[in-house]
Design a protein around this ligand. Structure first.
Ligand code: ADP
Length: 486
């Protein structure tokens, strides 16, 4: 089916990519990849295990030694070629992405451009990765600090952004002079493999970027235990992130973990309500609520509570749910049955504790994993939906009275990734931005992600930052050189 939709069918690879070649698993086992919108079989990918992961790691080690010695501009030029090829193939890549992930095609196109932006950014950044000369402590000594690539990197990525979560890791790693062995999510391997096709065409030498498809545990175990891998970068759930963190401890790897969130979205009485409704829709419902920065708890101050609720519900009621390839669809399916059941569990718990369903609240008549966009009023902090990440199209609205109260409630979470608030009071904007215990704050904006700013969380939401100039440092070590006898 996909072959007929793609202008360049070479982008659809049903093979792992190891040491510059598309290969099958030695075990000859495959795993199925299905379209979450209709459960149709898209194709297969090899079920690789520790054997193929080791091959990828060994080839990465060889390739990285040469790559690290290339001038920064040579690495940058290859990355810029990759960027150009991705943008030229944007439509095909978006098509692959919608087929395996379900998000609407316009959103998929947006993700391809967003993902590619990290490649261009880090191609630019690596040319400015200057070291330091420190004022000496003795006259006959000179003190230098060099920034060097950390070496071989293991990367594990989720299904919700099958393209951008990869480029956000692989681009800075390659720019810094590292090599990467990637395990993409089992649900969405084709976006990763298409990126590998284009990286090869861009002139990236074999071994620098391998994509190992297959079951998580054997591949993950090898990536975390193999001493050649010096850094693990992961985006996914806190539960899995904590396991990987522990597994990296014996070999003392550097880690970056981008984990779950439970974002508060606060609307103060003095906010522009229409702007807050639009921002809330994006922050809550992008990717059908399946992003780690999705608003999970919408706190609205008492004076505008009813007006906000009414406007949000009316606005949301106009949006269409359906197959992401259909024109005009705003919300696709949920990724799988487990996701659907979690959404149902959160709604049932909220309703049992007194929440009112203002819109939606049940499975969509389309069947499968489609769910109606839902608004709940009278939400309380004791409900599951206030404590856990819902990862679905449910907007629970909480009422609050004062700034002090809402900051306390917003911070009462074990997570600390994104947070948002709407207010027109400048002093309040500073006060609240400083008081929120989150890695990121959107003020009068429901969209915060960009390659130029540091993305990441505190508390159980993770360690490290992606994007910005700091994103490059995550893949580097500092080497201090003390030169004596001067
Ligand atoms: P999500 O809820 O997004 O699926 P997960 O943390 O389960 O979150 O998955 C994120 C990524 O981590 C996926 O690529 C998945 O295959 C991988 N993963 C899950 N369990 C493990 C594990 N035990 N070891 C290594 N990777 C894992």
């Amino acid at each position: 089916m996909l072959n007929t939709q793609l202008a360049n069918t070479e982008l659809f690879q049903q093979a792992a990519f190891i040491d510059g070649a598309f290969v099958q698993a030695a075990s000859c086992k495959n795993i199925e990849v299905r379209n979450p919108a209709n459960d149709e079989l898209i194709g297969f990918v090899p079920n690789c295990d520790a054997h193929e992961t080791r091959q990828a790691i060994d080839s990465a080690q060889q390739a990285q030694k040469h790559w690290a010695k290339r001038a920064a501009i040579e690495r940058a030029n290859i990355l810029l070629n990759w960027y150009d090829l991705i943008m030229s193939a944007q439509e095909d890549l978006a098509c692959l992405l919608t087929a395996e992930q379900g998000k609407p095609l316009p959103e998929a196109r947006g993700e391809i451009a967003y993902g590619a932006s990290f490649i261009r950014w880090f191609a630019e950044e690596c040319r400015r990765a200057s070291g330091q000369i420190i004022p000496t402590f003795q006259n006959d000594k000179r003190l230098l600090v060099m920034r060097q690539p950390i070496g071989v990197v293991g990367a594990i990525t989720p299904w919700n952004f099958p393209n951008a979560m990869i480029t956000r890791k692989v681009a800075p790693a390659l720019a810094a002079g590292c090599a990467v062995v990637l395990k993409p999510a089992a649900q969405t391997p084709y976006s990763a493999l298409a990126l590998a096709v284009l990286a090869q065409q861009a002139g990236l030498p074999a071994g620098l970027f391998s994509v190992v498809t297959g079951d998580a545990a054997p591949i993950g175990n090898e990536l975390t235990s193999n001493p050649i891998v010096r850094k693990l970068t992961f985006t996914g759930s806190t539960a899995v992130g904590a396991k990987l963190y522990a597994a990296c401890a014996p070999t003392i790897k550097k880690v970056s973990l981008e984990l779950g969130g439970n974002a508060p979205f606060i609307v103060f009485d003095d906010a522009d309500i229409d702007a807050a409704v639009e921002g809330g829709l994006i922050a809550k419902f992008r990717n059908n609520g399946q992003t780690c920065v999705c608003a999970n708890r919408i706190y609205v101050q008492a004076g505008i509570y009813d007006a906000f609720l009414q406007k949000l519900t009316a606005r949301l009621a106009k949006e269409k749910t359906g197959n992401g390839f259909e024109a005009g669809v705003a919300f696709g399916p949920l990724i799988d049955q487990a996701a659907l059941e979690k959404v149902e569990e959160h709604i049932a718990d909220a309703v049992a504790k007194g929440a009112k369903v203002e819109l939606g609240g049940k499975r969509h008549q389309l069947g499968g994993t489609f769910f109606e966009p839902t608004v709940l009023s009278n939400s309380l902090d004791t409900m599951l939906i206030a404590r856990e990440e819902t990862f679905g199209p449910v907007a629970p609205i909480f009422r609050f009275e004062s700034e002090e109260e809402v900051i306390k409630r917003a911070n009462d979470s074990e997570y600390g990734l994104a947070s948002y608030f709407y207010s027109k009071d400048l002093a309040r904007c500073f006060r609240v931005s400083e008081a929120l215990d989150y890695g990121m704050v959107g003020v009068n904006s429901g969209i915060i992600s960009t390659e130029v700013a540091p993305f990441g969380g505190v508390k159980l939401s993770g360690i490290g930052r992606e994007g910005a100039s700091t994103g490059l440092e995550e893949f580097e070590e500092l080497k201090y050189v003390c030169m004596g006898g001067i």
